[in-house]
Ligand binder design. Sequence first.
Ligand SMILES: *[C@@H]1O[C@H](CO)[C@@H](O)[C@H](O)[C@H]1NC(C)=O
Ligand SMILES: *[C@@H]1O[C@H](CO)[C@@H](O)[C@H](O)[C@H]1NC(C)=O
Ligand SMILES: *[C@@H]1O[C@H](CO)[C@@H](O)[C@H](O)[C@H]1NC(C)=O
Ligand SMILES: *[C@@H]1O[C@H](CO)[C@@H](O)[C@H](O)[C@H]1NC(C)=O
Ligand SMILES: *[C@@H]1O[C@H](CO)[C@@H](O)[C@H](O)[C@H]1NC(C)=O
Length: 308
Amino acid sequence: MAFTISVLALTYLSVSVWAQSLQDVLRGGEERYKYPTSFTQGIVPKGIHSHNDYWRPLPFYTALSQGCISIESDVWLYNSTLFVGHEQSALTTSRTFQSLYIDPILSVLQRQNPSSPFVSSPTHNGVYDTDAGQTLYLFVDLKTSGLETWPYVVKALEPLRKANYLTTLNGTTLTIRPVTVIGTGNTPLSLVQPVTTRDYFWDAPIPTLNSTFSNITALVSPIASTSFTQTIGPVLGTSLNETQLLKLRAQVKVAHEKGIKVRYWDQPGWPIGTRDGIWRTLRSEGVDLINADDLEAAAGKNGDGEGW
Ligand SMILES: *[C@@H]1O[C@H](CO)[C@@H](O)[C@H](O)[C@H]1NC(C)=O
Ligand SMILES: *[C@@H]1O[C@H](CO)[C@@H](O)[C@H](O)[C@H]1NC(C)=O
Ligand SMILES: *[C@@H]1O[C@H](CO)[C@@H](O)[C@H](O)[C@H]1NC(C)=O
Ligand SMILES: *[C@@H]1O[C@H](CO)[C@@H](O)[C@H](O)[C@H]1NC(C)=O
Ligand SMILES: *[C@@H]1O[C@H](CO)[C@@H](O)[C@H](O)[C@H]1NC(C)=O
């Protein structure tokens, strides 16, 4: 009897000790179970573009938590500073391109690229621990004069440039790095295309890519975009009609043949059945980035895009 009790007591004791230490481990208390690049542990990157990213409670970080490989920042130049917001009345002095994007992105990349006795040369891991080679597309949408604003954007990228975190063109070849910057909105093509060595790119309009006069290559526009509503048109029901589907296919084909990825924006967000039906079609037709306002819905319940 005494023996049974002591065994029980022992079992109880060891279970509670075990439980306690497991809790500690799960809380991340135990040093040997931690690893340096665990910040985005378990998050699977997905072809989602976080539309109006700066509307989210924590710009960039919210998109990161859902595995978005693309984010967008609308910038306005005032007194030599780039402010972030959808319209002028939404701007505040604390919401700058540097504070909402450059600093947090740099901070995450520094965690993903620790220097340690095990690392012999500098690494260029991307923001996602599960796929270190995945670049993060940073669309910078210029709201103020392109010719005046773009040089400030190029300058603002300096901390990422200095750390070798930007995708670059050396004149002939792209080197993919953790962040790929793409100017959109008022970004002038004339300040991007003629520059032979650079670490920024241009968001070409998809419908112009098939023109015989177009000299846009993947070295200028690794990704091209267009308004879904303007090019494909309104959708009745939950799927595209034959004409729309053929047009979409033709556009995707032209872009992909040039090695250019595609993103459609301004597709219907409501009703939900239509939104989900279009997401499905875009994905099955090979569209590379799904533009989404509702990131959780786009990422899917299990984070795999399933469920829509
Ligand atoms: C820009 O600078 C001027 C002059 O210092 C100041 O009056 C104005 O409020 C500033 N505007 C912004 C958006 O900071
Ligand atoms: C660009 O980089 C590629 C690959 O490293 C190299 O083969 C090529 O010669 C470089 N081009 C220039 C202009 O430096
Ligand atoms: C390019 O594609 C558009 C549809 O996106 C079409 O209307 C136009 O005829 C095409 N132009 C050429 C030169 O193929
Ligand atoms: C591309 O074509 C435009 C005209 O459509 C021309 O102005 C420009 O110089 C060309 N750029 C290059 C790099 O060929
Ligand atoms: C397909 O939809 C577009 C846009 O709503 C419309 O203009 C076109 O007439 C439709 N075509 C067919 C064949 O239904």
